[in-house]
Write a protein that binds this ligand. Sequence first.
Ligand code: ADP
Ligand code: MG
Length: 266
Amino acid sequence: MAAHAVEIRDLHKSFGPLEVLKGIDFTVEEGQVVCVIGPSGSGKSTLLRCVNLLEQPTRGKVTVGGVEITDPDVDIDAARRRLGMVFQSFNLFPHMSVLQNVMIAQRRVLRRGREEAERVARANLDKVGVGAKCDSYPPQLSGGQQQRVAIARALAMDPSLMLFDEPTSALDPELVGDVLSVMRDLARDGMTMLVVTHEMSFAREVADRVVFMDGGVIVEEGPPDQVIGDPQHARTRTFLKRVLDPTNAGDASAAGDEGTGEIPAV
Ligand SMILES: Nc1ncnc2c1ncn2[C@@H]1O[C@H](COP(=O)(O)OP(=O)(O)O)[C@@H](O)[C@H]1O
Ligand SMILES: [Mg+2]
């Protein structure tokens, strides 16, 4: 059997006395999109950061593309090269043009020549719909355009897995759709994606599986119609009510374990 694209086994992460991940287990198959949802502070970012070793797990095993990245002897740089990461903040270099931003890691990390790096950069900028902005500088672009440049920058490295950490959370509402549509296209093209998001309609439409985390554990996971449409656990219902109907957040938390399970339409 082919290796899982991502395999996480008994993953624990503590910061000093604070145990943030308390034993996480799940897998992502090649070409699948898995959306991770859950309240703020539940450990979602820490989980993604353990997958690309921006954080060293305290215990457990993470395998990406058949390579165990938690093996102390692994070539971290080689393993990380195969992962694209997109954050809430775009982290573009403001003093470099869009084209240069998408070329620099290709040149420095993959050692591509200038011509090839430029060709790959332009192709990926076209793909995410900002090909006309090659000579602009990030501060001249909208947040949605900057995030699409950041996605192009990640794609230019030919990743086998893309990690997204709330990629639309910092955007004005009218710019969210453009970024989600780029992500939808990527999913359709077969990219393996692990996406932390609060965009429930995106998760419902695009995810193969949804993982709901709370307090450093996975409370439930399954197909989106199940986890978002018909959640089995009170914690999931309470969270979904808060996200889908923020004006009634007080009600939702009060409902606690007695939650009715009724979820507003997404
Ligand atoms: N580098 C760190 N040092 C100490 N505590 C951290 C660090 N990173 C995250 N935490 C804590 O871990 C918990 C989970 O954080 P995080 O993974 O960012 O949650 P989420 O992304 O779900 O909001 C929070 O209580 C946060 O304060
Ligand atoms: Mg986070």
